[in-house]
Design a protein. Structure first.
Length: 368
């Protein structure tokens, strides 16, 4: 379908394709219709159960199909909207890689390049090493140049620049644009998909540097974009943590409410995927308990977030849980224990490759 920029038409078309399938029987386009229908059902109604069932049906029809490579290249982008609701988000990297390979085999360069870009994007947000993600971006930029494909160029440069902000390995010598430059260009061209991606990447950076005011300002921009995206829940999580931290400082009840609403949304997602969301729920709970002066419950939740992030291989989120736990202990006059947690955070950030973040946290510790 060439209607994805017009979400209502896209959903209507996919519904009609499913209706015609029941009337006339299955064909190749039926599988496309199922993929689009599952995506729309999830984004518009949050019906996870039926979205997963439809994706499973589409995948079974695609398996062994004579044109399965062409189908995979086109449908990977639809399936990976739904799959993180129940599968570990790290598996999306493999799904996108398979979509890229299928696109190259079938000659669908457009979808292959989009899958390649989203593979880089998913690596960063799933806790892959920052340098490894930057290397993957550089390799993919060469692929884009080889195939003279500019559609995914800015998105890939945005991922590289986001990693660079935390790793300190700048792309200036490579001619890579900054997120700010890419965002302005996306605004001028009214590229909604790119605006979402770049804005989320900017929120990601400010969140890890604990610039909560910037997170809230960028979240307002993100929420004013008129289409829903699969990664919206990640923005909700970042915003919730920042809102609770700011409310603790200034007593703003509106910010408390934002934090409480964020906890509710992420907790709902955790019902379907403990792997992807459990540690985030625990950290939001910890910050809310801290705001409510329930220090015992807060400490239990901070520890639970650390353990869950470690178990589910989100090293960057494990580091942030250690960091916020340490700050909590320092602010409640348990400085020695707090510094121990911050040193654990530094160790995890260093393993992630976040050299700039390590420096940021060391500077903070000098003032404790």
């Amino acid at each position: 379908l060439s209607l994805t920029s017009r979400k209502n038409l896209c959903h209507l078309a996919s519904c009609l394709m499913v209706k015609f399938t029941f009337k006339y029987g299955f064909c190749e386009e039926s599988i496309h219709g199922l993929g689009d229908f599952a995506r729309g059902l999830l984004l518009e109604t949050q019906d996870i159960v039926n979205s997963i069932r439809i994706v499973s049906l589409a995948e079974s029809l695609m398996s062994g199909h004579p044109n399965h490579h062409a189908l995979r290249a086109r449908l990977t982008l639809r399936f990976c909207v739904v799959k993180p609701c129940t599968e570990p988000v790290q598996t999306c990297i493999e799904h996108y890689r398979n979509g890229f390979n299928s696109g190259m085999i079938s000659g669908d360069i457009e979808n292959a390049m989009t899958c390649g870009y989203l593979c880089c994007f998913s690596k960063m947000h799933s806790g892959n090493g920052l340098q490894s993600t930057q290397d993957a971006c550089c390799d993919f930029l060469r692929q884009l140049a080889k195939h003279k494909h500019v559609g995914s160029l800015n998105g890939t440069m945005s991922v590289f620049d986001t990693c660079a902000a935390l790793s300190g390995n700048s792309g200036n010598s490579l001619g890579i644009k900054t997120n700010e430059e890419i965002f302005e260009e996306a605004k001028q061209k009214k590229n909604s998909f790119l605006l979402h991606q770049v804005c989320l990447n900017q929120i990601f950076v400010q969140f890890y540097f604990r610039d909560h005011l910037s997170v809230m300002k960028l979240a307002e921009v993100y929420n004013n974009l008129d289409t829903k995206r699969a990664m919206d829940v990640i923005q909700v999580y970042f915003t919730g943590i920042s809102a609770l931290a700011l409310s603790r400082c200034n007593g703003d009840k509106k910010l408390r409410k934002i934090g409480e609403q964020s906890l509710g949304i992420v907790a709902q997602c955790a019902q379907w995927s403990k792997w992807n969301f459990e540690n985030k729920v625990f950290l939001l709970q910890a910050e809310l308990h801290y705001l409510n002066n329930d220090f015992r419950a807060a400490e239990v939740a901070y520890k639970a977030s650390v353990d869950s992030a470690q178990k589910h291989k989100f090293i960057h989120e494990e580091a942030m849980a250690y960091e916020l736990y340490g700050i909590f202990l320092i602010e409640t006059r348990l400085v020695e224990r707090g510094l121990e947690q911050l040193n654990m955070a530094i160790s995890k950030y260093a393993k992630w490759g976040g050299r700039m973040k390590v420096g940021h946290l060391i500077s903070f510790m000098k003032g404790c």
